[in-house]
Design a protein around this ligand. Structure first.
Ligand SMILES: [Zn+2]
Length: 487
């Protein structure tokens, strides 16, 4: 400590030299520590065992500000995205995912060198002059300018691009963002999104979150710009871009006690679009029903979208605006499922894709609970019914839920998944279970299946590890014993 009362006159030469020596030795030690402290270089992938190329390591994405325009005649999408990220280690290279061709990257306003290999966009921070030290904790802002035809892109996983021309939908798991903006495309790094999409007047451009506004695009005559924003961090796959001729309806709703505007959208190409719109409006009631089991709604926006194109899936939990296949219009359980994901999936996010149970089993179980509240089968009835039918369902017991593999990722988590949760409830008792279920859903950020199992064990008055091992790690029929959660 250095204070104003320190009497420098009392310092003798020997003390001075000793102090200098101490400072020099100290500095040398610090330099040596810095030089020998080894960090693995940031990698093109967060290290997901199922999707090794997804995302990039060494940083935490904070927000994406996406500004794109789409030309339906050529199918070309052009854009600039500002990525704000925080380095979690000394960072020489930032690895983002983007399949469109990049023409320019700037870092802190200065041009940066970059390379594109497959879906990986590697930006060299080390070459950027005047950059604040590439140290852990530094916040770096990159701007990426790019263009290309989303319909022409090829993906490692399922193709999330549907349609071309006037109707375009980019939405899907495990990766879809790389078809329209650069990102750390992995659910372990949720962030916020601000999207402005410019399309020819007469078309609508719809994204996740809250509609800030839309109107003539001053920088692109003849175009309308649509501005959407989110304020709760969500995974990249919980975003979407839907362009086309849509009926858009704004409806007042109350979310977690706060009055908001829900925005619903139905493609004008659908034959029964009034019916689809009326069905989407069930979302407000579904949120209320889910809140009684999961706690206050975690997002600030609500809505739904039924596109004219036909996705490979039935529904996808876009933040504040799930997308539904037209064939499922009328199915309230699908709305309840996708909105349950606003808690489990979009707010409590996956740490790795292998832990998909944490998304799908819990959302499916919430759907079971709400279905029973509305007078449908009870979770126990569904459990008993599935157990009776299980032997006739393909691969019902053969899949290891804790390691389902990429090919069957989205299969047994929807039926054996919620059965595990019901068995756990029976074993734990209603009171302990309800508290545990709600407290899990009340978290934010990535969580692993291992953490879920640990939290269940801590919340339970009895040992539930054998039950979870039998149901999650087993590959044979679970014996109907009390220890395994059977009544
Ligand atoms: Zn789901």
């Amino acid at each position: 400590m250095w204070s104003a009362s320190h009497d420098t006159a009392r310092w003798r030469a020997a003390e001075w030299f000793a102090s200098l020596l101490a400072v020099v030795v100290g500095l040398a030690l610090v330099v040596a520590l810095v030089l020998t402290r080894t960090w693995a270089p940031s990698a093109a992938g967060v290290g997901d065992p199922y999707y090794p190329a997804a995302g990039g390591s060494g940083y935490d994405a904070l927000s994406y500000t996406v500004d794109i325009s789409y030309d339906p005649e050529s199918g070309m999408l052009s854009g600039s995205t500002w990525v704000s990220l925080r380095a979690v280690q000394p960072l020489d290279v930032v690895h983002l995912d983007l399949l469109l061709r990049v023409s320019e990257v700037t870092v802190g306003g200065a041009p940066a060198r970059f390379t594109q290999t497959g879906s990986d966009l590697a930006v060299r921070l080390a070459t950027v002059a005047g950059l604040p030290a590439n140290r852990a904790g530094a916040v770096v802002d990159l701007r990426v300018t790019y263009s290309g035809r989303p319909a022409d892109l090829r993906f490692a996983g399922d193709d999330p691009v549907y349609g071309s021309g006037e109707e375009l939908l980019i939405c899907g798991e495990p990766e879809s963002a790389s078809a329209w903006f650069p990102s750390n495309d992995h659910p372990s790094d949720p962030a916020t999104y601000d999207v402005t999409a410019s399309v020819p007047a007469g078309l609508e451009a719809i994204a996740a979150g809250t509609l800030i506004g839309h109107g003539p695009d001053p920088s692109r005559p003849g175009n309308d710009a649509w501005h959407w924003t989110t304020d709760t961090p969500a995974p990249t796959y919980a975003t979407m871009l839907a362009i086309g001729q849509y009926d858009v309806k704004t409806v007042p709703v109350v979310l977690a006690g706060v009055p908001r505007q829900a925005v619903y959208a139905v493609s004008e190409s659908l034959p029964h679009r009034d019916r689809a719109m009326a069905w989407l409006e069930h979302s407000g009631a579904a949120v209320t029903a889910l809140e009684s089991h999961l706690g206050p709604y975690p997002a600030t926006s609500l809505g739904g979208l039924v596109p004219g194109v036909e996705p490979a899936w039935g529904g996808l939990e876009v933040l504040g605006r799930p997308v539904y296949h037209r064939n499922l219009v009328g199915r309230d359980d699908v709305i309840e499922h996708e909105l349950a994901h606003q808690w489990v999936g979009d707010t409590v996010t996956l740490d790795r894709w292998q832990d998909i149970f944490c998304n799908e089993a819990l959302a499916s179980y919430a759907e079971w609970l709400v279905g029973a509240d509305a007078g449908g089968a009870t979770p126990q009835q569904r459990f008993d019914d599935l157990y009776r039918k299980a032997d006739r369902l393909n691969g019902f017991w053969a899949q290891k839920l804790s390691d389902p593999g990429t090919r069957g990722l989205f299969t047994r988590v929807y039926d054996r998944g919620p059965m595990v949760v019901q068995a756990l409830r029976v074993r734990m008792g209603d009171e302990a279970f309800s508290r545990f279920f709600r407290e899990w859903a009340d978290q934010t950020g990535p969580r692993s299946l291992a953490q879920w199992r640990q939290a269940a064990q801590q919340a339970s008055p009895v040992d539930v590890q054998p039950l979870l091992a039998a149901w999650l790690d087993g590959t044979t029929k679970v014996p109907a014993t009390a220890e395994n959660g059977f009544r």
